[in-house]
Design a protein around this ligand. Structure first.
Ligand SMILES: [Fe+2]
Ligand SMILES: [Fe+2]
Length: 196
């Protein structure tokens, strides 16, 4: 019997509010962290939760990192002022994204093996710690982005930047947003792929 997903879907209307979209996505990452801790420390295989984590890591998590690395962070580097002193933080968050992708591959392999073998993925202390450490680091990363990155983005990004951000994040998920000619961003932040 199929149970209700533990990670809530994103409200569709947030596509027009990209910074609220990213904030809501962070809330979903916190739900992911709770799920990862539960599955990673369980003494039995939680099959549906394991499949939900795998789907989220492969799709939502991967796209979110691309949203930040290819769109949000470049826009912030362009718009932030020297007194924002954002450069070092953006650099360390990008390094964490690279670590996240590596750790995500490790957890994905463990979860796939667990499903194939019908046993819990956290089969010893060391393996369980991979899951709890991932959740710990992810929560810290989200807290920094919510406390510093998103508030500065709200201050510095222009209406055109925000529309371009919406368009690109939507296009990445196969959604085409209408926009008028005068809404096109001036700074070369055009969607790749030409579907919009
Ligand atoms: Fe991030
Ligand atoms: Fe993020």
């Amino acid at each position: 019997m199929s149970q209700k997903p533990q990670i809530e879907p994103l409200p569709a209307e947030l596509v027009h509010e990209p910074l609220n979209w990213l904030f809501a996505e962070h809330y979903r990452h916190r739900q992911l962290c709770r799920l990862i801790e539960r599955v990673g420390t369980a003494t039995v295989l939680l099959r549906e939760e394991t499949e939900e984590i795998l789907t989220f890591l492969r799709q939502d998590m991967a796209l979110h990192i691309i949203d930040e690395e290819e769109d949000l962070f470049p826009l912030l580097r362009r718009r932030c002022l020297p007194e924002d002193e954002l450069g070092p933080l953006l650099g360390s968050l990008s390094a964490e994204h690279r670590d996240d992708m590596e750790q995500t591959r490790v957890l994905t392999t463990l979860l796939e093996q667990a499903l194939a073998e019908g046993r819990p993925p956290g089969h010893d202390l060391e393996t369980r710690r991979l899951f709890t450490d991932f959740a710990l680091h992810e929560r810290r990363h989200i807290a920094l982005e919510n406390a510093i990155i998103l508030p500065i983005a709200r201050l510095r990004l222009t209406p055109g930047d925000l529309r371009a951000l919406s368009t690109r994040m939507a296009a990445r998920r196969g959604v085409v947003l209408d926009r008028t000619e005068d809404e096109r961003p001036a700074d070369g932040l055009e969607p790749s792929g030409g579907s919009v």
